[in-house]
Design a protein around this ligand. Structure first.
Ligand code: WQD
Length: 337
């Protein structure tokens, strides 16, 4: 049985392809290369010894999606990463996000519903919770008014899937990621942000390597212990492994509902200043930074209650914040040398 990984050359996608191959799955990747490169295929090969099948394809092309599934009738499971994911860009260009994140999901589901049975793992995000009332955040926390079109596409995606599974033979698991960071310990694959990184950890490692002058900390006047925002930073390899166990759950028919939702985090919150301190410890160097004003749209605090993923999925994150940062630093040093 073949597993389709859309966006499989991206940051989380590529790490998930490695873990799928490690578990003996036959993988085919679709990627439009808008935010990734073919060299990632070589990196995957260097880790697993197997080059996954790959097709460059833009999922916005409905006919191309139909033709793909005609050519690959043996695809029985899909892990769907392909989407645009920059919060700020989504505010400036909402239609790009609604087309690229929603239309593509519809075309994918239209093909999956033709199969006698199909399993879908959907890449969602803790952003659907907005600023949750209670920490740590459980899956029962209410989905709140999205703070950005990007966040809205994740909420809409979840709703579309919930509607579709009820009238088709598709089973789905929604994985709500917290903050993925780090890189494969081999440093053969990792995060490849294009341009100025929007996310904290790649900006930190690029500052550490000297590509950026200093990190701007977006506000230290939040109602937290040290005034900076708190997030749940999870090693990307731990996150990748969660996708494999979720897929296996569906393939072995252990799911107890047509759609199940899991928070995927470490269960621990870390402030921006704590991340800086941890990076300085693992890199052995001071990180230049300055405190600036808040970034609009940021929430104060978000970290996961992982009881359900631990108990039901049988999955738990393994890496510490320092280990994740050390892997990110190792990767940054490798790609810059
Ligand atoms: C983390 C913290 C910033 C950069 C977003 C998306 C989420 C997911 C992960 C896709 C915040 C602070 C950051 C910087 C800073 N994306 N920061 N200086 O915003 O929690 O989540 O990325 O799935 O859906 O919403 O992650 O890394 O951008 O920010 O001070 O240069 O670091 O204010 O508190 P975020 P982030």
């Amino acid at each position: 049985m073949k597993i389709l990984v859309t966006g499989g050359l991206g940051f989380i996608g590529s790490h998930t392809v490695v873990e799928l191959q490690n578990q003996g799955f036959d993988v085919i990747i679709i990627d439009d290369l808008s935010n990734s490169s073919l060299e990632v295929l070589d990196g995957i090969f260097r880790i697993t010894g197997k080059t996954p099948a790959f097709e460059k394809l833009d999922l916005r092309e409905k006919k191309a999606v139909q033709d793909f599934f005609k050519r690959h009738p043996d695809v029985s499971g899909v892990i769907h990463f392909a989407a645009s994911k920059a919060v700020g860009e989504s505010v400036e260009n909402p239609l790009l996000y609604y087309e690229n994140n929603i239309c593509t999901l519809v075309y994918l589901l239209q093909e999956l519903q033709k199969k006698p049975k199909a399993n879908l793992i959907f890449s969602s995000s803790c952003t659907v919770y907005g600023q949750a009332e209670k920490m740590p955040i459980t899956e029962e926390a209410p989905v709140q008014q999205a703070m950005s079109p990007y966040g809205n596409t994740k909420q809409i995606g979840e709703e579309i899937i919930s509607d579709v599974v009820n009238v088709t033979n598709i089973n789905a698991i929604l994985l709500r990621y917290f903050n993925p960071i780090g890189a494969h310990p081999s440093a053969e694959i990792g995060e490849l942000p294009i341009g100025i990184p929007q996310n904290l950890v790649p900006f930190i490692t690029q500052t550490g390597i000297g590509l950026r002058k200093e990190l701007s900390v977006f506000g230290d006047d939040y109602p937290t212990a040290d005034g900076t925002c708190i997030r749940d930073y999870i090693h990307v390899v731990d996150l990748a492994k969660a996708h494999v166990v979720a897929l296996q759950r569906l393939m072995e028919k252990r799911n107890t509902a047509k759609v199940e939702t899991f928070n995927v985090g470490t269960g621990t919150g870390s402030s921006v200043l704590e991340v800086i301190q941890a990076f300085e410890k693992v890199s052995g160097q001071k990180l230049p930074y300055k405190i600036v004003s808040r970034r609009s749209g940021d929430i104060t605090e978000a970290y996961a209650n992982t009881d359900k993923a631990n108990a039901v999925l049988g999955w738990k994150s393994q890496s510490t914040l320092e280990e994740a940062l050390a892997s990110a630093w190792k990767w940054e040093q490798k790609i810059r040398n």
